[in-house]
Design a protein around this ligand. Structure first.
Ligand code: PHE
Length: 352
């Protein structure tokens, strides 16, 4: 744990043992260079407390890049609720209230939002203790669940990447493997199927994948079989860290583009993908739809048309990023990092 804290370049790590449930709450504030740190609240099980803290750090770091690339005046942060199992009912409510208290105690340094296993309904509970929360339900005055917007942005970016790699953005018959059919993955699978793609789904919750597959008429494969499935596009929409030294040599696709945060285990994995001739779209560029909707509607007061335009713009952003990577002979990751650090440096330079 000490090494984790020392090796991270973030601004703050806040930890609290929940009173109500057997949970550890960690908030990572990576950077406030562009503004308050914004980022979702992830609820899941971890193999250790250290793994939870590491995830909070890595996810917060990605949020800094995401918000910078979007050109939004926010820094990056994330909350991780490490639980022995996903709580429901009163236990869930109590845990969310405690998160709200912790967020409130930071006085606006960090603003929370939905992420894996949390929703707009959960944010209404968090909002009972703090105003520093995005994406409450529409009934409570929030923008609602961000997942549909994330999926729409991912689809726009995915189409642009498909056009870049295959020469046409026609999805008809294109085989896309969607890994993880949670709030975003399920919607992405539906959208792609509606557009004529040949979608294959998998999920660690295999029943969930089977149900969806039956409902929308696609094929489900066992979670462990994702590396054996030949496809045009692999769309990771589950947990991160799936692309590494061990898995990259086994990929059977030409394009990797999905909604999951932190798909690479380490930076060098971007080079490993490039060396295999596989195009990888940096996750934080592709999955910014939720942030665009949440921040756009609730703080910048964008009308619905502006939100829709910005989600489509993800496609143009991905296209120009991939073109630039090609012309400059760099990985898409290197180009995205440059975009993010240019914005952060510019903001630092104009400060007194
Ligand atoms: N889960 C979202 C993400 O990873 C977090 C988020 C959504 C933050 C909406 C702000 C507003 O990008």
């Amino acid at each position: 744990l000490e090494e984790l804290v020392d090796s991270w370049d973030g601004e703050a790590t806040v930890m609290r043992r929940a009173r109500s449930t057997d949970a550890l709450i960690t908030i990572g504030v990576h950077s406030t260079a562009l503004g308050p740190a914004a980022g979702g609240c992830r609820m899941r099980t971890y193999r250790s407390s250290a793994a939870a803290v590491e995830d909070a750090h890595r996810l917060a770091t990605a949020m800094t890049s995401k918000l910078a690339v979007c050109g939004l005046p926010f820094g990056g942060g994330k909350a991780v609720l490490a639980v022995p199992s996903i709580p429901e009912g009163d236990a869930r409510r109590d845990l969310l209230l405690e998160l709200g208290e912790l967020v409130e105690s930071l006085g606006g340094l960090y603003i929370t939002a939905p992420d894996m296993n949390t929703s707009d309904v959960d944010m209404d509970v968090v909002a009972e203790r703090t105003s520093h929360v995005f994406c409450r339900t529409a009934e409570s005055g929030g923008c609602g669940n961000p997942a549909p917007a994330t999926a729409a942005g991912v689809e726009a970016g995915l189409r642009a990447a498909i056009a870049h790699v295959f020469g046409s953005d026609d999805l008809d018959g294109r085989r896309v493997l969607v890994q993880g059919v949670g709030a975003v993955g399920e919607r992405l699978a539906r959208r792609l199927t509606d557009d004529g793609a040949d979608v294959v789904v998998c999920d660690i919750d295999e029943q969930r994948a089977d149900h969806l597959a039956r409902r929308i008429g696609v094929r489900a494969i066992p979670a462990a079989a994702w590396l054996d499935e030949e496809c045009d596009v692999f769309a990771p929409c589950a947990a991160g860290g799936i692309l590494d030294e061990g898995t990259i040599p086994r990929l059977r696709c030409r394009l990797v583009a999905g909604a999951a945060n932190n798909q690479l285990r380490e930076r060098a994995d971007a080079d490993r993908l490039a060396a295999r001739g596989i195009t990888w779209v940096p996750d934080y560029v592709l999955n910014s739809g939720g942030v665009l909707k949440g921040v756009g509607m609730e703080l910048l007061h964008w009308p619905p048309e502006e939100v829709a335009n910005r989600l489509q713009q993800v496609g143009e952003d991905v296209a120009s990023l991939l073109r630039r990577a090609d012309t400059e002979g760099q990985t898409p990751l290197a180009v995205a990092e440059t975009l993010a650090s240019d914005r952060i440096d510019a903001a630092r330079a104009t400060r007194v």
